[in-house]
Write a protein that binds this ligand. Structure first.
Ligand SMILES: [Zn+2]
Length: 538
């Protein structure tokens, strides 16, 4: 096949893991994926650090890790305003594969990929995903395609269904049906895009709803020791998997028709969740963060009440908007004694992200001491019953990446919990470092999946790759040079792939990265509500 006629379908399977896919194939629920794998080199794909959806898909698009592309979580702490804000495409500091291919005259289709809102202008079509407040926003920039998508693929939505673990078999069945329908809508969006952009070189379709489904319904998949063996419930959960497979089948068939290769990738893996680690409680016990004395506490709740009243009046016409909005500064949201708090964790996901309190004069002058004691406290923290480290990996961002976290707007310390745990930052009543969370039976794992099929690729489970390898694989496949910000290498299963690396740094943007785009308070509230519904924040 000449490079000019090369085509690639990328299936983005959010949170896919062999722990689930293998038994589902064995149950006969994924015939299309089984057929694809029988023709693919496949194996494990190691996520980025931290293995958070938005950080990881940005890595997939850029071939760089968060210290270079700038996205660590769905949100970031904007120290200048003292607020948490939602990340967006304008905050990615290096060019994405889609932009590079488009600049080289290739047409690109990308549907539902996190990190593409607002949708960048490319040759082809980009429809944003979970970071868009609603479908109309996700479609901005491509109005003709938007009109076609709405009439020809009416089931293409941005809906989410897993706001809590299902409490009844009926709830599980109904949510599974809706999720399968959302997968079908997504695949049909791919068919619409194929007609609208017939000369596409790459078509990426991302399936987000697999991730919240696994967070809430992990045990009903019954694939490990935490599984619930209940045939009716297992079968009901299986409808999500069968629906995903039908969607994969639609796109696999399209790929066959167009002579395209297929590359299936996850952003991270998945596994059972045994509880949440209260990172701020550990910092408080170590004396790094402090709660106010009673007088201060009263003052703070009075200030918070005033702030809530202001927000409430601003939002009373918008019942959808979250009442306790992100619009609150972290100083109002986290009732620390800010004069005695040297470092704190304002956001979390599958990692604790800790920032120095730069408004505290005593900590700004002794950054190294604060970072050192934070790392010591987190490394020393042990599970109260098991005695195992709660944070086996604690990263000093300045030392590890040779950068200034304050200048870049990055966390000072990144702490990865032991794999079966999730982090909690909310200052809830109580003092236990680890608490079970029945609302979150599943959580991310670093190890996900990859499969790559097409001419010249020998099938077999023989890949052991990294998420940073995906962008250089795609660029090389289309004869594009690999920019210096890319940290990975093309997958080894296409041995004759000629790769060119650019030496000259493409100079990632640095500093607290600002772009022209800012979410409105309402849009940010909608996205925060979605993140809260999906269990990512509270
Ligand atoms: Zn994910």
């Amino acid at each position: 096949m000449s490079m000019d006629s090369e085509r690639l379908v990328v299936l983005g399977l959010d949170g896919a893991t062999w722990t689930v896919l293998d038994p589902m194939i064995a149950r006969g629920w994924m015939p299309n994926l089984a057929a694809l794998l029988s023709r693919s080199a496949h194996g494990t794909l190691r996520s980025t650090v931290p293995p958070v959806t938005s950080a990881a898909w940005t890595t997939m698009q850029t071939g760089a890790n968060p210290a270079i592309h700038g996205v660590f979580d769905h949100r970031y702490y904007d120290a200048a305003s003292g607020q948490m804000k939602v990340n967006h495409s304008g905050r990615i500091r290096v060019p994405t594969t889609w932009q590079l291919l488009s600049d080289a005259g290739r047409s690109v289709v990308s549907l539902n990929l996190p990190g593409t809102f607002p949708p960048p202008k490319v040759r082809g079509v980009i429809v944003a995903g979970m970071d868009a407040p609603h479908l109309d926003a996700a479609l901005t920039g491509y109005p003709e395609f938007a009109a076609k998508l709405k009439t020809e693929a009416p089931d293409y939505t941005l809906r989410y269904f897993w706001k809590r673990p299902p409490e009844t078999l009926e709830e599980l069945t109904e949510n599974a049906r809706l999720t399968a329908e959302s997968f079908r809508g997504r695949a049909e969006g791919g068919l619409v895009a194929d007609r609208f952009v017939p000369d596409w070189s790459v078509m990426m379709v991302q399936f987000q709803n697999l991730d919240p489904f696994q967070h809430r319904a992990w045990r009903y998949l019954n694939v490990d020791e935490t599984g619930i063996d209940a045939p009716a419930w297992n079968d009901a959960a299986g409808e999500v998997i069968r629906g995903l497979d039908r969607a994969v089948g639609i796109l696999y068939e399209l790929a066959e028709k167009r002579g395209a290769r297929v590359l299936a990738v996850s952003d991270h893996g998945f596994g059972p969740c045994l509880g949440r680690v209260h990172v701020n409680r550990i910092l408080i016990e170590a004396g790094i963060a402090a709660l106010p004395s009673t007088g201060g506490k009263l003052m703070r709740s009075a200030a918070k009440a005033v702030e809530n009243l202001r927000l409430w009046s601003a939002k009373r016409d918008d019942p959808e908007a979250r009442s306790a909005s992100f619009d609150l500064s972290v100083f109002a949201q986290f009732p620390f004694d800010w004069n005695r708090t040297a470092a704190f964790a304002p956001h979390q996901d599958t990692a604790a992200m800790i920032y120095l309190n730069r408004k505290n004069a005593s900590s700004s002058g002794r950054r190294d001491d604060v970072v050192k004691s934070t790392i010591q406290a987190l490394e020393a923290a042990r599970h109260p019953e098991l005695g195992t480290p709660l944070f086996p990996q604690v990263i000093d961002m300045a030392a590890a990446h040779g950068l200034d976290p304050e200048k870049e707007g990055y966390p000072d310390v990144l702490a990865l919990p032991d794999e079966p745990y999730w982090v909690r930052t909310k200052l809830a009543p109580g003092s236990a470092w680890v608490e079970a969370d029945s609302a979150l039976p599943g959580t991310h794992r670093p190890e996900g999946i990859v499969a790559f099929s097409g001419a010249g690729i020998a099938p077999g489970r023989n890949l052991k790759a990294n998420l940073v390898d995906i962008a250089p694989t795609i660029l090389s496949l289309f004869g594009r040079p690999i920019p210096s910000h890319v940290e990975g290498s093309p997958l080894p299963c296409l041995p004759n792939l000629a790769t060119t690396r650019l030496d000259a740094p493409s100079a990632p943007l640095s500093g607290p990265h600002q772009s022209e785009f800012e979410y409105s308070a309402e849009d940010q509230a909608i996205i925060e509500q979605r993140l809260a519904d999906l269990g990512y924040l509270e």
